[in-house]
Design a protein around this ligand. Structure first.
Ligand code: CO
Length: 218
């Protein structure tokens, strides 16, 4: 699902970055994110990818902050991550942007026997979605309902394909704060309503290794 277009609070993120002792990220500037960043499409994806390729040793924000005192030491991630609780409880959904929802639904039913469990138009995001249940997770087929929808822009730019991953969490607000505390960029500064009565927040792909992540609390 998509963003509400909330502005990016750069100052807050910057304070967190400084407080966390995290390095300024490559390409990070004092400018707010470009307007199309709340484009669910993972706007500027080409830029994100380029960053990743140019800085394989840490161009993207590390998942775990490294202790500067241990810089250069052998991999200390296991030590670091031991302090982080497991916030993700399940894969909630895999979102796929498609041009024709009916065609995509037919494909999944005819090929895999996967059927629609829930269908919803989310006007605020300009999308219609169909959720196909697979065990405890969903395949979320997404299509735009209007031309200025972020998903419409995504399709125009990238074509059909993987759009975002929804990770299920017990507490969306707590998980979002954990992302911010690590200096990660977020698209939603606070949790907001998602489809099927969930509470969600999106994390910017720039600091999430090129993946648009949605935190989903049921
Ligand atoms: Co979603």
């Amino acid at each position: 699902m998509s963003m509400s277009g909330l502005p990016y609070h750069h100052d807050t993120a910057e304070k967190i970055r400084i407080a966390s002792g995290l390095p300024r990220q490559p390409g990070q500037t004092d400018e707010p994110l470009p307007a199309d960043v709340d484009d669910v499409s993972g706007a500027g994806d080409e830029d994100y990818r380029r960053d990743g390729h140019d800085h394989p040793d840490g161009g993207a924000m590390p998942v775990t902050a490294r202790n500067p005192n241990e810089a250069g030491e052998k991999d200390d991630q296991s030590v670091e991550s031991a302090n982080v609780e497991g916030l993700l409880t399940e894969i909630d959904h895999i979102a796929i942007a498609v041009n024709d929802l009916g065609d995509a639904i037919d494909y999944y039913r005819e090929t895999f026997g996967a059927v629609v469990d829930h269908r919803e138009v989310v006007e605020s995001d300009g999308v219609e979605e169909a959720l196909l249940k697979v065990a405890e997770s969903y395949i979320q087929l997404l299509t735009p309902t209007r031309d200025d929808s972020p998903v419409a822009k995504y399709l125009e730019k990238k074509g059909e394909g993987l759009h975002h991953i929804g990770y299920r969490v017990a507490d969306c607000g707590a998980a979002l704060e954990a992302v911010k505390a690590q200096g990660g960029r977020v698209i939603d500064e606070a949790p907001r309503p998602g489809s099927r009565g969930t509470t969600v927040a999106f994390i910017h792909p720039k600091t999430a290794f090129g993946t648009l992540i949605e935190l989903v609390q049921e």
